[in-house]
Design a protein around this ligand. Sequence first.
Ligand code: ADP
Ligand code: ZN
Ligand code: MG
Length: 479
Amino acid sequence: MELKPVIGLEIHCQLLTKTKLFCSCPTDYVGREPNTIVCPVCLGLPGSLPVLNKEALKLALRAALALNCTILKKTRFHRKNYFYPDLPKAYQISQYDIPLAVNGYLVIDGKRIRIRRVHMEEDAGKLVHPTKTGRLEGAEYSLVDFNRCGVPLIEIVTEPDISSPEEARNFVMELRSLVQHLGVSDGNMEEGSLRCDANISISVDGKFGTKTEIKNMNSFKAIERALAYEINRHMEVILSGGEVIQETRHWDDSKGITTSLRGKEEAHDYRYFPEPDLLPLFISDEMVSEISKTMPELPWDRRNRWKMDFGLGDYEVFVLSSSKVLGDFFDACVREIGKPKEVSNWIQVELLRIVDDLRLKIEDCYFAIPYLKEVLELLEKGVINNQVAKAVFEESIRERRAPIDIVKSKGLEQVSDEEALKDAVKRVLEENEDAVKSYLSGKDKAFNFLLGQVMKVTKGKANPAVVRKVLEEELKALS
Ligand code: ADP
Ligand code: ZN
Ligand code: MG
C-alpha cells in the first residue's frame, strides 16, 4: 500500500489599496480605535450601494497575470451568505462561478503548482475576545471591530499538486515574495494580511482520499508543522482501518495539534446568488496589456539576475529573495559596496542574526551600509581579523558608531608582528605543558587547542595565519 500526502492551498491576501473594496473608507486598520473607519456601505446599512475600487481590480489583475493565469473577460460578484458576528451584512461580496482569473501556475523548485483560480472578495471584521491581559480582562463578553470590513482581498486557490509540508511552506514563501515584489500586498502573516488555509488528504495507491481543511496557521513554520501533524493523523487513521472525516480543523500552535472545528460547509450552505447591486465586470484587452507592460522585476527574474551577474548560488538567492525588503537591501548594498559574494554572505550570516537579536527591521538598516563597507575594507587591508570584524560590525549597528572608531578606541587592530606574537606563543606553550606533550607525541588536534589559546591571550586580535606560523616554528624547536 502506497500512501502519499496530497495538499491544496487557499491563500487570502490583502491588497495594498488606500481605500476599501466597495467604499472610500481607508484600509489602514492596524492600531486604529475600533469602529472608526466604517461607513454605511461597509457596515451594510440598508439603502447603501457598493462601488468597485478600480485600484483593487488592477492589483488583483497584476497578481493573476504574474501567476500565469488566464483573465476572464467577463466576470461578476456574488453574495456569499452566512451569519457571523464580524460580518454585519450577513453576507460577503465574493466571486463564485466566474472568478477574475483561472488556470495559472507558480513554479516551486522546478515543479509547476497549478493555480485553479484567483478571485476578489472583501474581508470581514474582527472579534475582540477577553484575554488574560488585554483590555477585556475578565470580561464575559466579546466585542466586535468592523474596521477591517470591506478591505480588499484576493483569494488564490491551488490545485492539489503539493506533496509535502515543506513544499507547501515554500509555495507560500514564494507567493508572499511575489505579492511583495508586485506591490500587491505587504504579505505580513503576523498581522494577517496573508492568510493560508491548507487542504490535505492521503492518496492510497494513487487514489485520492478524504480531505480535511486546516485553518489558523499564521507563520511559515506553523504551515509546515500543522501539515506534518495532520498527515500523521490521517496516516494513523488509515493504517488502523478507520476513515478520515471530512471537516475543518483548527491548528493550535502552542499545543502543536489540530482539533475539529466544524463539519465541512458545502457551496449550497452559502446560498450564493449574483450581487444585484453590482454590474458584471468587463475586463478589456487594453487594461490587461497595460498591466502586463508595467510588471516590476519578479522574484525569479531577480534570482536569475543575481546568479548571472553576481555568480550567487541557488540557496543564497533563495534566502535573499525570501522577502522584497531583504532583496532591496541586498541590491542597495551591492550598489554601494560592490563585492556581491561577500556582501551576500555578510547579510545572510551576520546581519540577519544581528537584526533578529536587536529586534530591528531590515528596512531600517540602510544606515548600516557604510558600516559594512568599512568593515569589509578593514578586513581586506588586514587591519582587523575576521573574528574581530564580526564583533565590530555588530557593535557598529548596536551603537550606530563607525567601525573604524570602535577599532581605534578599543585597540582592536590585528597584531601581525611576529616578534610581538612570539611572546604570547611562548607563554601559552609554558602554561600548557600537557597539550604540548600531546602534540609532540603525534596528536595533531592539540595544535588547534594551542592556537586557540594564543588567540585568547591576545584577546582575539592576533593574525591567525601569523600565529600558526610562529606556533609551528616554536613547536618544532621543542621537538
Ligand atoms: P471543496 O469543493 O470541497 O471546497 P475544492 O475542490 O473546491 O473542494 O478544493 C478546495 C481546495 O482543496 C483546493 O485548494 C484544492 O486543491 C484542495 N483539494 C481538493 N481535493 C483535495 C484532496 N483530495 N486533497 C487535498 N486537497 C484537495
Ligand atoms: Zn466604508
Ligand atoms: Mg471549494
